[in-house]
Design a protein around this ligand. Structure first.
Ligand SMILES: *Cc1c(COP(=O)(O)O)cnc(C)c1O
Length: 435
């Protein structure tokens, strides 16, 4: 039996967690968010049973309502053609505006600081182009060792494009020997040490491999104290952890929408540009969709910018790749990020505790233990080398459990609070430890 003073999983403390199936069942029965699972399509295994889908950090599941949102746009196209730009259910000329309040809420931004546009790596390029302005000896761009390859490629190629040399101009922060995650202290130290040679700090808010959440407020402040700009890649952070970009004073940020945001494969990404850069913006690569909508169709020769982050848009957006996000934002709005975070802490805590209780020897969790330093994801290193780890990983999918594998032997599991259950977490634990 489960004895706890909590009346819902949102009130559980770490001490309340128990490593048992009974406890998982109690949690699922006392989960105020459990109803949201029915609003998603859950992939099935080969026997027709619902998969334990733990890769929402890779591609979030489809909200059932996404179908209707995409169909509305197809129908408007069918019945109106070009008229849909102005007279559609949601006129395409203004379509990106329907995402503003949802994005602002999830990122802790003012509405005019965010815009849905492009894809993530494209946004990284556009925004770094604006905010990485090497001058004199201030030319260094700080990233992390082990950054997501696309972020690293974007940083290196930009440095080269501007005539620099990544070998000297890119600084990489790394974990200490024997540690899995870089310390916030060490990142701040590296920034401070670089002093007046550092031009831009660009890091992932949540590290894709380890699931570590960085202290974004502190690192942003340190970068700016050194006279540098600071931008954040929030691919694994948005819809997962608390963000306060405006208050933290980040210069810019960008993210994709197909991970925790459940926007669908290749969904339109997003960008944040702090309002203090709006009036006197840095140079940027421009396109017609960045211009004032009131004068845009006069087709004049001069760039008359839109207000705010909208001015960074270049093209009219792909409507069908934006539409599913409306369904997703509606769910986020009703579920509330604070409740989702509370559930997610209980879930990762439950997996970690249960794994430890069942097996002390064969697993090491790379994700930091502190709740402020983790989101939905647990990165579980299977000890004993890549072959051993891969062999264990390969037993998961036939059992209907979907995780992913990262070299050299890391199983990433990301229970998403909108659609995963504690009993699914238990299935993962059983599968990892009963082979
Ligand atoms: C998922 C992810 C990407 C993917 O980039 P796309 O441009 O969306 O293909 C890039 N960087 C990070 C840190 C990611 O987690």
């Amino acid at each position: 039996m489960t004895h706890t003073l909590a009346s819902s999983i949102l009130e559980l403390s770490a001490a309340d967690l128990k490593p048992t199936l009974e406890f998982a069942k109690w949690c699922d029965a006392h989960d105020p968010l459990s109803g949201f699972r029915d609003e998603f399509e859950i992939p099935r295994d080969q026997h027709g049973a619902a998969q334990a889908y733990l890769v929402g950090n890779s591609l979030g599941l489809m909200p059932k309502a996404a179908r209707a949102r995409v169909l509305e746009e197809l129908n408007d196209w069918a019945s109106m053609g070009a008229e849909g730009h102005v007279h559609g259910t949601r006129p395409w000329i203004r379509y990106h505006e329907f995402f503003r309040s949802g994005l602002a809420q999830l990122t802790g931004a003012l509405p005019h600081e965010v815009v849905a546009m492009n894809t993530l790596t494209a946004n990284l390029h556009f925004l770094m182009m604006s905010f990485y302005r090497p001058t004199g000896k201030r030319r260094k761009l700080l990233i992390e060792r082990g950054a997501f390859p696309s972020d690293r490629f974007a940083a290196h190629s930009l440095v080269r494009m501007l005539g620099g040399d990544p070998a000297t101009d890119v600084i990489e922060v790394a974990p200490r020997d024997g540690e899995d995650c870089p310390r916030n202290d060490d990142i701040v130290e590296a920034i401070t040490r670089a002093g007046d040679t550092i031009a831009l700090v660009m890091l992932g808010g949540v590290q894709y491999y380890s699931g570590q959440v960085l202290d974004m407020a502190r690192i942003t402040a340190a970068a700016q104290a050194s006279g540098a700009k600071c931008g954040w890649d929030l691919a694994h952070a948005i819809g997962n952890v608390h963000l306060a970009l405006h208050e933290w004073n980040a210069d810019f940020a960008c993210w994709c929408s197909y991970k925790y945001l459940n926007g669908g494969p290749g969904a339109v990404a997003g960008a944040f540009i702090h309002e203090r850069h709006h009036a006197n913006p840095p140079p940027r690569l421009e396109g017609w969709w960045g211009t004032n909508p009131a004068t845009r169709f006069q087709m004049g020769p001069d760039f008359d910018p839109s207000a705010g982050a909208d001015a960074w848009q270049v093209s009219n957006p792909p409507i069908f790749s934006l539409a599913p996000l409306l369904a997703s934002f509606d769910i986020f709005h009703r579920a509330g990020l604070a409740r989702m975070i509370a559930k997610s802490r209980a879930m990762t805590g439950f997996i970690e505790l249960s794994l430890r209780a069942r097996d002390q020897k064969h697993f090491r969790i790379l994700t930091p233990t502190a709740t402020s330093e983790r989101g939905c994801q647990l990165s579980i290193l299977v000890e004993g080398g890549t072959a051993t780890a891969k062999k264990l990983f390969d037993t998961l999918l036939p059992k209907g459990i979907v995780c992913d594998f990262r070299h050299p032997g890391v199983v990433r599991a990301a229970p998403a609070p909108l659609y995963n259950t504690f009993q699914e977490c238990w299935r993962l634990i059983e599968a990892l430890t009963r082979t």
